[in-house]
Design a protein around this ligand. Structure first.
Ligand code: XMP
Length: 520
């Protein structure tokens, strides 16, 4: 279902590609609002005047296995310009009378495409050359061109790499213009949006700021709002947005679980209470959490205990504030997108994620989710626009259960203390060496293994510290960051020399998949 009818948009119909969110982000980076809907949930009637163009995404399906997907084919008769990408290109071709079949030569990765004809879609795309490097990922291909379509470009294995029917404003590309590996891919999207759909720029985080503040004011009126503040990016931006919009009608509750990063509670109090003058209720629940977690080593049990206790404490303090009507949450757009699984399979549960957002069902509060249309990078920009400092806004993600899932096995106060120090040195060094912003997430973990070492001619028998630093687009897949030997050597020395309790440091070089980012 389309969520916002009041703003002109490019509608992205999702067929399950891992790049669908990237398409939406690229369109927004070009200054135009975009929304994603599942192919299963959209029909012709729902496409209203606000939809100025449609992009059909890629996906893992085969167009000839019609029973595996559902798509209201009348949508293509609406008269709105359409760009099909990969699977989208194939389905657009098939619906217009073309043929698609398994290709003899699958194309994965980089491919050359050769220009065959001028097109509005490829204006400035080939520049002076006659070819471009693009990124392909397909096993099927269009084998017969639909009637009234022309070939704009071909690759060695895909004769119909770019096609068009410029009378109906239908365009298809076999490759993925949304990924950065496709040279000039953004120009294809730009041409589609501005030259073909003729939509005007209507989206920037700067103008969203004013709109979001006004929306919150209209919705909240004279009522009170509570918000669980974790110190992470999303809840910090929500809190500051609400602070600007409704000031003292906002009450933030910040629970110190004792599982936070070193000095995190001090930083939150100093930023939000002292500097931004918010109503901040600080709850020190360290002892309660440690007590509940005593002797618990199962990762899922730890997660559940922390999640439940968090809600209990939050509710306890929220009840003390009278006449609260709203609960503010840092829900982001990726959390809302409906079609996570196109094939209908339930992806197996890997971990029970606990987000301070998921609160509290019993209190019958209305939800306030002002960031629900934004991607993470947009939330960060909004944070800066709202004058939050860069240190908060550019922070790496931090999981709800905190350091508990970075200490496999049982948790003790001593282990938390050691880990806080190790993590502090690691993160500080990343900042000192200008590496922090190049890395999507980094942390130290304390493994439940003691090993033998030798320091100053004496035997030591202490814990193992694991360092993890990854690059990623969205946390769904990740690769380890390739540090220089000198950095790894320096940080290993620093941790072992400065922290009693650690005598060995290892670096995690697994990607996700097969590993996950966190250890538990
Ligand atoms: P995994 O370990 O699943 O983590 O690869 C992916 C991203 O999610 C973060 N993460 C969490 N965030 N509550 C959160 O708010 C959680 O329970 C949680 N568990 C993992 C993790 O830090 C990484 O950024």
């Amino acid at each position: 279902m389309i969520l916002d009818k009041n703003i002109n948009k490019i509608l992205i119909i999702d067929f399950g590609s891992q790049f669908t969110q990237l398409i939406a982000r690229r369109v927004r980076e070009l200054g135009v609002f975009s929304e994603i809907v599942s192919h299963k949930k959209i029909n012709l009637k729902q496409i209203d005047y606000s939809v100025k163009g449609i992009i059909l995404s890629g996906g893992p399906l085969n167009v000839y296995e019609i029973n595996k997907y559902s798509f209201d084919s009348k949508i293509i008769k609406k008269g709105v310009p359409i760009l099909g990408i990969c699977f989208g290109h194939q389905i657009l071709s098939k619906l217009n009378g073309g043929k698609v079949k398994q290709s003899k030569h699958r194309e994965f990765g980089l491919a050359y495409i050769y220009k065959k004809k001028e097109s509005l879609l490829t204006k400035n795309f080939f520049k002076k050359k006659k070819f471009a490097n693009v990124w392909m990922s397909h096993a099927d291909q269009v084998s017969r061109l639909p009637k009234n379509f022309n070939v704009v470009a071909s690759s060695q294995n895909s004769k119909f790499a770019i096609i068009e029917n410029n009378l109906r404003n239908f365009y298809g590309v076999q490759f993925h213009p949304e990924v950065t590996h496709s040279e000039n891919g953004k120009i294809i999207l730009k041409n589609f949006i501005f030259l073909i759909c003729k939509i005007k720029k209507n989206w920037s985080v700067k103008n969203q700021k004013i709109k979001l503040i006004k929306d919150v004011q209209d919705k909240v009126g004279d009522n009170k709002v509570i918000c669980a503040l974790s110190g992470g990016v999303d809840s910090s931006v929500v809190a500051q947005l609400l602070n600007k919009a409704i000031g003292k009608k906002l009450y933030c509750i910040f629970v110190n679980t004792g599982l936070l990063r070193k000095n995190e509670e001090k930083q939150v109090i100093s930023t939000f209470k002292k500097k931004l003058k918010m109503n901040l209720i600080y709850v020190n629940a360290e002892k309660e959490f440690i007590k509940k977690l005593k002797d618990v080593s199962d990762p899922e049990k730890k997660r559940k205990i922390i999640g439940n206790l968090f809600i209990k404490i939050f509710e306890r303090y929220a009840r003390k504030i009278s006449n609260v009507k709203f609960l503010a949450q840092g829900t982001l757009y990726p959390d809302l997108i409906e079609s996570k699984s196109v094939t209908g399979s339930n992806t197996s549960k890997i971990k029970s994620h606990h987000n301070v957002g998921g609160l509290p069902k019993k209190m019958r509060l209305k939800l306030l989710e002002p960031l629900k249309f934004l991607f993470k990078d947009e939330v960060r920009k909004l944070g800066l626009e709202l004058n939050l400092n860069k240190e908060i806004v550019q922070r790496h993600p931090f999981p709800g259960p905190g350091l508990a899932i970075r200490i496999p096995g049982t948790i003790t106060k001593e282990k938390i203390k050691i880990l806080k120090e190790a993590d502090f040195y690691f993160i500080k060094s990343l900042k000192d060496y200008g590496l922090y912003d190049k890395i999507w997430q980094a942390y130290a973990a304390l493994l439940p293994v003691k090993t033998v070492g030798v320091m100053g001619d004496n035997r030591t028998y202490e814990y193992l510290c694991l360092l993890r630093a990854i690059t990623s687009e969205d946390g769904m897949t990740a690769d380890f960051y390739d540090f220089k030997k000198s950095f790894i050597q320096m940080i290993s020395n620093k941790i072992v020399n400065s922290i009693r309790g650690i005598n060995r440091v290892v670096y995690d070089v697994t990607s996700k998949p097969p590993s996950t980012i966190e250890l538990e």
